[in-house]
Write a protein that binds this ligand. Structure first.
Ligand code: AP5
Length: 224
């Protein structure tokens, strides 16, 4: 496959970050997770972070006008010339249209939008137990993927924290926001023939294997 331009789609807690880390290792492609980019901006107290914080704390989306430029400049950069993995973008039809225009401008196209399908009840269970590395964002779960030493990141030894938006009422609001604003993208990408569904309720290794199998099939189809 000449280039791999991937979108990870799915509700909060579906495992986009978990699978994104694996895909990044497998394919050595740049990985752009808008949630991580925004959290870093909040931590560094930049102008972007100042604007984003109040939306994120409530579980609302930051305005399209704020986030579209952030991804646009990465996608058109030299680093992403052979492909990219987007996690958490696009999240509205407006963002998807803007990304489509950007791709047209670069004479490129989206290879696949991978929808990681998970029920709302499973989301609530997962986010309630998620622990995130304070330094590099590595992801764990107290029951499903516990760190070797409680409260410590296996990868870099940093402290594990509970994200501010992983509180029960904010989780519910994020789910509502997903259903209202982001789920229309399932039809959007289905109509464009690039939507690929993955059962996100399987264990993380199996989800990863299915994504690899999907991408291998796409590669074979391209060669035929
Ligand atoms: P963001 O950080 O993108 O949050 P999200 O989409 O809500 O997704 P999460 O990071 O919560 O979950 P995930 O799917 O990555 O799951 P994970 O792998 O961690 O965005 C945060 C905020 O930023 C938004 O609310 C918004 O305000 C703003 N924002 C970001 N992008 C934006 C945009 N484009 N436009 C506007 N605003 C934007 O897994 C979750 C847990 O489950 C972990 O504990 C993990 O260990 C566990 N787990 C994962 N897979 C499995 C499995 N298969 N089985 C069991 N457990 C599993």
């Amino acid at each position: 496959m000449s280039e791999l331009n991937l979108i990870l789609l799915g509700p909060p807690g579906s495992g986009k970050g978990t699978q994104g880390e694996r895909l990044q290792e497998d394919f050595r492609l740049p990985y752009y997770a808008t949630g991580d980019i925004l959290r870093a901006a909040v931590r560094d107290e930049t102008e972007l972070g100042r604007i984003a914080k109040e939306y994120m704390d409530r579980g609302d989306l930051v305005p399209d006008g704020v986030i579209i430029g952030v991804i646009g400049e990465r996608v058109e950069g030299e680093e992403a010339a052979d492909g990219f993995i987007l996690d958490g973008f696009p999240r509205t039809v407006g963002q998807a249209e803007a990304l489509g225009e950007e791709m047209d401008k670069l004479d490129r196209s989206i290879t696949a939008a991978l929808l990681i399908d998970v029920s709302d009840d499973e989301v609530v269970r997962r986010l309630g137990g998620r622990r995130t590395c304070a330094k590099n964002g590595h992801i764990f779960h107290v029951d499903f993927d516990p760190p070797k030493n409680e409260g410590i990141c296996d990868v870099c030894g940093a402290r594990l924290i509970v994200r501010d938006d992983d509180k029960p009422d904010v989780i519910r609001h994020r789910l509502d926001t997903y259903h209202e604003k982001t789920s229309p993208l399932v039809d959007f990408y289905e109509e464009r023939g690039v939507l690929k569904r993955v059962d996100g309720e399987l264990d993380p290794d199996e989800v990863g294997n299915r994504i690899r199998a999907l991408l291998a099939t796409l590669r074979l189809e391209e060669e035929l």
